[in-house]
Design a protein around this ligand. Sequence first.
Ligand SMILES: Nc1ncnc2c1ncn2[C@@H]1O[C@H](COP(=O)(O)OP(=O)(O)OP(=O)(O)O)[C@@H](O)[C@H]1O
Ligand SMILES: [Mg+2]
Length: 332
Amino acid sequence: MLVLGIESSCDETSVALVDNSKKILANVVNSQISLHKQYGGVVPEYAARKHMSAIDTCIKEALKLAQITLDNIDIISETVEPGLVGGLLVGSVTAKTLAIALNKPFYAINHLEGHMLTVRLCYNVPFPFLLVLASGGHFIFAEINGIGQYKILGQTLDDAAGECLDKVAKLLGLEYPGGVNIEKLAHDGDPHRFYFPIPMKKRKGCDVSFSGLKTSARNLIQSGQYFDKKADIAASFQYTVMSFITKQTKKAIALCQSNIKSIVLAGGVAANKLLRGMLEKLTEENNLNFYAPPLNLCSDNAAMIAWAAIERINAGIPPSPITASVNPRTSL
Ligand SMILES: Nc1ncnc2c1ncn2[C@@H]1O[C@H](COP(=O)(O)OP(=O)(O)OP(=O)(O)O)[C@@H](O)[C@H]1O
Ligand SMILES: [Mg+2]
């Protein structure tokens, strides 16, 4: 069974071909970073136009890489939620057109479900597990008991972790997307040089909040006193954010009702090596296994969308109606 996946919910146009033996035949990712970095963030209208001009080429390139034709495809899948509406519409219309023209089933996929299931494309990760989803637009702790069986344990009360890193990076004069640039700069900095107050200390549960951390970083940076210590600010801020996530993950483990065997880190921030190391240590201390996608599959890509469709098929879930609409604002 060969699935064509399309992802266009933010600033990557991606087309992938994945089969049910977990083989990724192609995963073409056309990033719009060079377009958006001059504005310091994604401009939704420009993103939609770029998706429109790139999508056909991405499909052709994916077919060429996999050395197949459209006739070899069994299923078409596409991100329909959540994301920027213009991009979602471009991907959705393209995928539905292909499904109708080729007379193949169509699977409408939730982008966050795609991030979450990527580890199962790469490794044998059994359910149930604790999901730590840290991306550019979302932060979620959830107990995952099977496909479609998700129990949200906690989430962000304001910004997502990636969004917070991107905003602080911008204040430091680093290019978009900021998370990876903070990580690079932090490499030469002292993580204990600056103190940022850890949020949610007295609050029960495992919700997170990043806006207070962002404000304290902004106050420090805008004070101008330490601007020659950018690497120390980046290192201290990264250390605080990742320690905070790890601390809340510990609380989330205690809230799980199923007998979880592993912790799964997913989303763009999962590429952060400090966070991966901290969570790996936490899982060892709790006799659990730790999984995160390989670095190239942490950020947006269509292989995760094609795979999410295969997971749905394997779970006996029927195809989506061809009338399935896009939903910019949903969660897992
Ligand atoms: N090495 C890294 N360290 C920390 N953050 C990172 C790293 N690499 C990428 N990020 C962050 O990951 C985010 C992008 O992740 P992703 O592509 O999953 O987000 P998105 O698709 O825009 O949002 P969502 O998945 O919530 O819809 C950005 O905020 C980026 O700064
Ligand atoms: Mg994403």
